[in-house]
Design a protein around this ligand. Structure first.
Ligand SMILES: *Cc1c(COP(=O)(O)O)cnc(C)c1O
Length: 396
């Protein structure tokens, strides 16, 4: 399906690393909101919440204006406090750990599994202390974590699981939909995510009271229940019952979300088809390692295609490999610079690169290839041709 014409990044001689998949339906939906005169949170946001909840099979879905806000509110709802600890992965984006610091709590990093790049549950078990309040796994690239082990560990300790599912929509773990497994699942609808509303996010939870808390805190801690109880006239009355945040989603974003949700299954199928082409093209090469496709019963969301270089079989480092791909007109990226290498976490917690040797080593050889539903077959061929050509040039 032809997309909306993109900005300067979309050139005939250069394939962008990521683009949202917007067509005539999204354009019409946004136009309709603008013409309606109601652009902030309203009927479309409420409809997006209920349709999203139905899609994943969750009891509650609370729409917010970013995935980061979703994580923040989930941790607020469990009452995270100073000096509490949250176990998470260093192999992720900044948002995952910064939300822990919002509470002055401590992100306790544990290393990842070298195959999946997801948090290793055995290391999580070893990192538990009396101050551990939650486990925050990230389904990296859209590949579900070992949720049974994580859920069991949390249940045994009586602590919460908050999933960072920014990459994992739609996804399944052992046949069960991501969004229904743990205390909270937090999705992101950032521009490059599999469902994109520009900026946006969603919290799914089975707990009605905690959903209500998220809803309250997403909009200034304002409760309108009081007027329902005490007043007979007007709906102007409200009470501020906590110092909340300004995290509500706009109806403009929700209108995009409603269309994207209807197209989600088809868009996910396209991403999976691209992953299959890459897998077939690169699997046999000794200088490349293809990403894990997941276990039986898993559905990978393929937000990212994280190729890994076998540096001992190549004459170049990752930086040179990336720059040769870019020279061939293919936009590629690197995911992620592990958080413990960044100045803030390094200095605050005295981390060394070797503290999380798997995350560090895998980062040094990772290259993310373009994978998005707007890519044509020609685009996909262009990527495989470029990767194979660069691999041939640089093979030892
Ligand atoms: C994108 C992302 C987020 C945050 O989402 P925003 O909607 O950009 O706030 C959180 N975690 C991970 C792993 C992400 O990639």
């Amino acid at each position: 399906m032809p997309g909306v014409t993109a900005g300067p990044a979309a050139r005939a001689d250069y394939l962008p690393f990521a683009l949202p998949d917007y067509g005539p339906e999204e354009l019409a939906a946004v136009r309709e909101v603008l013409e309606s005169g109601w652009v902030s949170t309203g009927e479309r946001t409420h409809r997006f919440e209920s349709e999203f909840a139905r899609f994943v099979g969750a009891r509650n879905a609370v729409a917010v204006n970013s995935g980061t806000a979703a994580l923040h509110l989930a941790l607020e709802a469990i009452g995270l406090d100073d000096d509490d600890e949250v176990i998470t992965t260093p192999y992720t984006f900044a948002a995952t750990a910064e939300v822990i610091r919002y509470f002055r709590a401590r992100p306790v990093f544990v290393d990842v599994d070298p195959m999946t790049l997801n948090l290793d549950p055995r290391l999580a078990a070893a990192a538990m202390t009396g101050r551990t309040r939650a486990i925050l796994p990230v389904h990296i690239a859209g590949l579900p974590c070992a949720m049974d082990a994580i859920l069991e560990l949390a249940a045994r300790a009586g602590i919460a699981v908050v999933e960072d599912a920014a990459h994992a929509f739609p996804a399944k773990y052992a046949g069960r939909t991501i969004g229904t497994l743990s205390d909270f699942t937090c999705f992101s609808f950032y521009a490059t995510k599999p469902l994109a509303t520009g900026e946006g996010g969603m919290i799914c939870t089975e707990d009605d009271q905690r959903a209500a808390r998220c809803r309250l805190m997403a909009l200034h801690g304002i409760s309108r229940d009081a007027w329902r109880r005490y007043t007979t006239d007007g709906n102007w009355y409200y009470e501020v019952i906590a110092p909340g945040f300004k995290y509500n989603l706009t109806d403009i974003a929700a209108a995009l979300g409603l269309v994207q949700l209807r197209r989600a299954t088809a868009m996910a199928a396209r991403r999976a088809a691209i992953a299959a082409v890459y897998h077939a093209a690169f699997d046999g090469l000794d200088c490349l390692q293809v990403p894990s496709m997941g276990q039986e019963g898993d559905q990978h969301a393929w937000h990212l295609y994280m190729l890994r270089l076998r540096l001992d079989r190549l004459t170049v480092e990752r930086a040179e490999f990336v720059s040769r791909l870019r020279d061939r007109g293919v936009g590629v990226s690197v995911h992620f610079i592990p958080l413990h290498l960044h100045p803030y976490y390094r200095d605050r917690y005295g981390h060394q690169p070797c503290d999380f040797p798997v995350a560090h080593a895998e980062y040094l050889r990772e290259v993310s290839l373009p994978i998005y539903s707007r890519m044509s077959d020609t685009d996909v061929d262009r990527v495989t041709d470029a990767v194979l050509a660069v691999a041939r040039e640089c093979r030892r």
